[in-house]
Design a protein around this ligand. Structure first.
Ligand code: SF4
Length: 397
């Protein structure tokens, strides 16, 4: 056996990384990987890699791996079509791409609708530009490029979790704040299989300190098996289940008593007034969304220094502007408007747990029970944080 050495690197095979590892190399050949505990205290995963990383050696030397450009020879698309990929040399590949790019430049970088003619995709959604060599510089030099395809680096990611995160939270949120929250309703995310070292560890710490996880998914995954409750559901009906939860909280209970009103009033867009066309009503000069202040019965911009008691409910008649797409401005001399929270209440009125049960096959009483438990559970872990820390340090030894 020749000289062997261990090379410290890191794994970024998935977006849950990077995680630390060492690669054992014998005579220039990687033979195995192992966790790297040398600087475990500096890494939230304690220097560990997950089981997926142990397959990197096989992946690297797989005889069927792609080692050169591949050209599709069958232009027909379809499930029954063999794409007919054949290996080609780099010169031929660069000639093909170069000819296409020259053709695009000769026709103009934008098409008749003003949309870029060139689109790029770079595979995994989490691929940082640092890993792309000179490709980002090439794209910057080229001009307008549609990067919204597939990889997530563009204006929209292909992960539906991001889309829904934006719809519900107005933020790019996809992960529960496991070090702090006490109740997690997890719709389908198989986090115990895909959360990576840090994600799985944090979920485990949360459960140790008493957080409850309810797993909502059609099949019993590993995550479902490790949850306090598994809720089988008909595929693709999670939204109905969630609407049933919301209805239970805001309609079957008194939302004024069960909701965190100071938070809704001062930390969210719930009080923003919504005009008759569904857009925020805005102050004409500043374009800022308006809020009805109950303290002096006047409408004010959301950031007015004298805003004291934003209304979450009611209907008001006001002047203002709605700003639609493509700079459309709808001017109102007088319009009936309501806070966004009131609009949400009106929208949710029909989505009862019984309606949801018929849609998603989750019994109405289960939906009510989860909503009530979620509502009763204190939102944030407080004294239990130090316990979680003890658990963590115990396991990282
Ligand atoms: S979670 Fe596993 S596969 Fe993903 S980066 Fe970390 S070690 Fe690699």
């Amino acid at each position: 056996m020749g000289a062997s050495r261990k090379v410290p690197v890191y794994c970024y095979q998935c977006v849950a990384g990077p995680d630390l590892l060492k690669v054992e190399v014998e005579n220039g050949v990687a033979t195995r990987v192992e966790s790297n505990y040398d600087i475990s205290g500096e890494h939230p995963g304690g220097g560990r890699v997950c089981v997926k990383a142990y397959g990197l050696v096989q992946k690297t030397y797989n005889p069927n791996r792609i080692r050169q450009p591949m050209k599709r020879t069958n232009p027909k698309k379809g499930r029954d079509q063999d794409p007919g990929f054949v290996p080609i040399g780099w010169d031929e590949a660069l000639d093909i791409v170069g000819a296409r790019l020259r053709e695009i430049r000769s026709r103009g970088l934008l098409n008749e609708e003003g949309v870029p003619r060139l689109a790029t995709t770079t595979g995994g959604g989490g691929t940082p530009v640092q890993y792309m060599g000179t490709f980002p510089a090439f794209m910057a030099a080229w001009g307008p490029i549609d990067q919204g395809y597939g990889a997530g680096q563009g204006v929209k990611c292909y992960h539906s979790e991001h889309l829904y995160g934006e719809l519900w939270h107005r933020a790019f949120i996809v992960s529960p704040d496991t070090p702090y929250v006490n109740y997690i309703i997890n719709c389908g995310n198989n986090v115990e299989a895909s959360g990576g070292v840090v994600g799985i560890w944090r979920e485990a710490d949360a459960r140790v300190r008493g957080a409850k996880r309810v797993q909502v998914e059609p099949h019993l995954s590993i995550t479902g098996a490790l949850s306090a409750q598994w809720v089988p559901i008909r595929p693709k009906t999670d939204a109905a289940f969630l609407f049933g939860l919301i209805h239970r909280i805001v309609h079957e209970r008194d939302w004024r008593e069960v909701c965190d009103l100071p938070f809704l009033k001062h930390r969210t867009s719930s009080p923003y007034l919504v005009g008759p066309n569904g857009w925020y009503l805005r102050e004409p000069d500043s374009g800022k969304p308006l809020i009805w202040d109950l303290s002096d019965a006047r409408a004010k911009p959301y950031d007015a220094p004298d805003l004291r008691d934003p209304a979450l409910d009611g209907e008001y008649e006001l002047a203002g502007e709605e700003h639609g797409p493509d700079d459309e401005r709808i001017v109102h001399e007088r319009a009936r408007v309501r806070p966004a929270f009131r609009a949400m209440l009106d929208h949710m009125r029909g989505y009862t747990p019984d309606w949801a049960a018929a849609e998603c096959d989750v019994p109405a009483e289960t939906i009510r029970g989860i909503a009530d438990e979620y509502r009763r559970t204190p939102a944030w872990a407080r004294r239990s944080r130090s316990r979680a820390r003890r658990c963590r340090s115990g396991r990282s030894r």
